[in-house]
Write a protein that binds this ligand. Structure first.
Ligand SMILES: Nc1ncnc2c1ncn2[C@@H]1O[C@H](COP(=O)(O)OP(=O)(O)OP(=O)(O)O)[C@@H](O)[C@H]1O
Length: 231
């Protein structure tokens, strides 16, 4: 790192991802590069199937690229073993999945506590943090419920509380406002933006929503596998 330059929260260079398709390999991402400073929000748009979720999975180290590198807080994910990569992800990445991925056998509060407890945070502190987050997302009264007792929008807010629980340096949100009414969608964006503002998190927001994208500092689009400035 050059003297005086800030360390990027997240840096992807030349990412390539190919998937088998009808007996051949199809290139979904073709040399995609992206750099996010702490406190920065980037919206990624693009048609269905353009590779937005794939890009988020590569940035989180949930999938391995066929080419290129991802550095999270300066660490090259490819240089880490699976255990170290999981630890880095658990501590520093908040991932909001498109379909929530809450664990159905755990209560709402247990879902939010889980990443903290997996990371060795003591039970009392994890409970306090989970309750504070559930209060922030307006679900304090639902802490003891199970995910299936909640509406889609409520489950999405739990997923966001869980993603923000460890104070992640990077938040990767895959369509966090999909299927929400406008008021709920605005509330979800407020929560994500608060994480950026209060903790200097870097946020990548994958979205089909023009309103959501308009709230980001930078809007990029995936087109033909390339990440370009949105018009
Ligand atoms: N594990 C996989 N195996 C094979 N093909 C895959 C796999 N994952 C994704 N793809 C393909 O890669 C392309 C990009 O998928 P991706 O889910 O990243 O798109 P997206 O832009 O997020 O779409 P949407 O907006 O519909 O969520 C799609 O054509 C998809 O079928």
């Amino acid at each position: 790192m050059a003297a005086g330059s800030r360390q990027a929260a997240l840096e992807a260079e030349g990412l390539v991802k190919r998937y088998p398709d009808a007996g051949a390999l199809r290139t979904v991402l073709d040399r995609v590069s992206l750099r996010l400073e702490p406190g920065e929000t980037v919206a990624v748009t693009g048609p269905s199937g353009s590779g937005k979720s794939t890009l988020l999975h590569l940035l989180a180290g949930l999938e391995t690229p066929d080419g290129g590198t991802v550095r999270l807080l300066g660490q090259d994910l490819a240089g880490l073993g699976e255990a170290a990569r999981s630890r880095l992800r658990r501590r520093h990445v908040g991932f909001v999945h498109q379909f929530f991925h809450l664990l159905p056998t755990l209560t709402v509060e247990e879902n939010v506590r889980l990443p903290l407890e997996l990371d060795g945070v003591d039970a009392g502190r994890a409970r306090r943090r989970a309750r504070a987050l559930l209060a922030a997302v307006g679900l304090a009264a639902r802490a003891g419920d199970f995910p299936e007792q909640l509406s889609g929008g409520e489950q999405q807010r739990v997923a966001i509380a869980r993603a923000l629980a460890p104070h992640p340096a990077v938040v990767l949100a895959d369509e966090p406002t999909g299927n929400l009414d406008p008021a709920a969608a605005a509330g979800v964006l407020d929560l994500l933006e608060a994480a950026v503002r209060e903790h200097g998190a870097a946020l990548v927001l994958v979205t089909h929503s023009a309103e959501a994208a308009a709230r980001a500092g930078r809007v990029l689009a995936l087109r033909g596998g390339r990440l370009v400035e949105a018009p």
